[in-house]
Write a protein that binds this ligand. Structure first.
Ligand code: PLP
Length: 389
């Protein structure tokens, strides 16, 4: 049975070009880029080439890129750097729908005595910029707001937020782990101070990420030790993965417009067909400002987990917005913050596509889903009346 992988917001397959580019640096060229000898030292150039490619994808300068071990490290570093650089300020603003890499780190700082404001979102998962204006004060050290949401794909008005914060000289970090490589980002036109990205969300390997820090932004390292990354992130570089991330960014830069169009078409085809074939389905999230690859759907009267298990029998991988799959017993904090009714949260499923998905795969899901939903509803006392066909 072939796998139909529609869980690309969780992680993406490695691009074959990325693997090919990395291979020699896992096998033959295992040196340390900090070494004096040529064998190790030559890798320094390769790391710098990768830095240029990452910078190009987001409209940054190479020296504004710091390589890290993952998106989580980039997020933690950005937040910690802002609060360490401004020791007299004790207020952090973020949103209720951030990834745990930001949310839980801010909660942690809350327990350490910082004042943290978690901005609400509306029923479409969209942020109201007025709410941000209301809570900024003299004590605000940092605003950390994600670019695009991992669960529902909603894209926040980052340009508008960045302008408000620039006027007020407040440091702005954006967790762009789900946005980089999926939609065009140009930091020359966006007054963001720090931005996080992660390799494994854009067809590079797991265990590598980057943090963009705008020139002139005060920076305080989080991982302290050796002189790597110009003293901004200690630890011997993950050379092969950094090279892989560079290649993945180069691939994304080349094809981003075509990929946006391709993914939007496939995602919309899937969504339209399921809305038609299954009664009592709703789309979660702002359909006017969404990642092209993501759809989050709620099927009333069925459990998301049950749908996932049935999809799994056909080799189809997706994820759910309710319990266990995410390793937590709580229903999705994102859907809850959006005020989605509990019955709809429990029946929510996220499909997230990538450039490697084909039209045939989408057709297969379109064919199978109504049957799965219908069968599951027959098992449910409320669902029996709601057969798909
Ligand atoms: N931020 C967002 C929005 C994410 O979706 C993720 C991963 O799912 C992360 C941060 C964490 O990235 P990593 O898995 O590289 O630590």
């Amino acid at each position: 049975m072939n796998t139909i992988y529609l869980d690309n917001n969780a992680t993406t397959p490695l691009a074959p070009e990325v693997l090919e580019e990395m291979f020699p640096y896992l096998k033959e060229f295992y040196g340390n880029p900090s070494s004096m000898h040529t064998f190790g030292g030559q890798l320094h150039r390769k790391v710098e080439d990768a830095r240029i490619k990452v910078a190009q994808l987001i409209g940054a300068e190479p020296e504004e890129i710091i390589f890290t071990s993952c998106g989580t490290e980039s997020d933690n570093t950005a937040i910690m750097s802002a609060v360490e650089s401004l020791p007299n300020k004790r207020h952090i603003i973020t949103t209720r729908v951030e990834h745990p890499a930001v949310l839980n780190f801010c909660k942690h700082l809350g327990r350490k005595g910082f004042r943290v404001t978690f901005l609400p979102v509306n029923n479409y998962g969209q942020l109201k910029v007025d709410e941000l204006l209301k809570v900024i004060d003299e004590d605000t050290a940092l605003v950390s707001i994600m670019y695009a949401n991992n669960e529902v794909g909603v894209i926040f008005p980052i340009k508008e937020i960045a302008e408000i914060l620039r006027e007020r000289r407040i440091v702005f970090h954006t967790d762009s782990v789900q946005a980089v490589g999926k939609i065009p980002i140009d930091l020359k036109k966006l007054s963001v101070d720090m931005l996080s990205l992660s390799g494994h969300k854009l067809h590079a390997p797991k265990g590598v990420g980057a943090l963009y820090v705008r020139k002139g932004t005060r920076f305080y390292p989080y991982i302290i030790g050796g002189h790597q990354e110009m003293g901004r992130r200690a630890g011997t570089e993950n050379v092969a993965s950094i090279i892989g991330l560079g290649k993945a960014c180069e691939l994304a830069s080349k094809n981003i417009e075509e990929e946006v169009a391709y993914l939007t078409r496939l995602r919309d085809k899937l969504e339209t067909a399921l809305l038609k074939s299954c009664p009592d389905v709703r789309i979660n999230g702002d359909i006017h400002s969404r990642l092209p690859n993501t759809t989050n759907l709620s099927f009333e009267y069925v459990e998301g987990e049950a749908i996932l298990l049935r999809l799994n029998e056909y080799g189809i991988c997706a994820s759910s917005g309710s319990a266990c799959t995410s390793g937590s017993l709580e229903p999705s904090h994102v859907l809850r913050a959006m005020g989605i009714p509990f019955t709809a949260i429990h029946g929510s499923i996220r499909f997230s596509l990538s450039r490697y998905n084909t039209e045939e795969e989408i057709d297969k899901v379109i064919e199978i889903m109504p049957k799965i939903i219908n069968d599951l509803r027959l098992l449910s006392p409320f669902g029996r009346e709601k057969r798909a066909y």
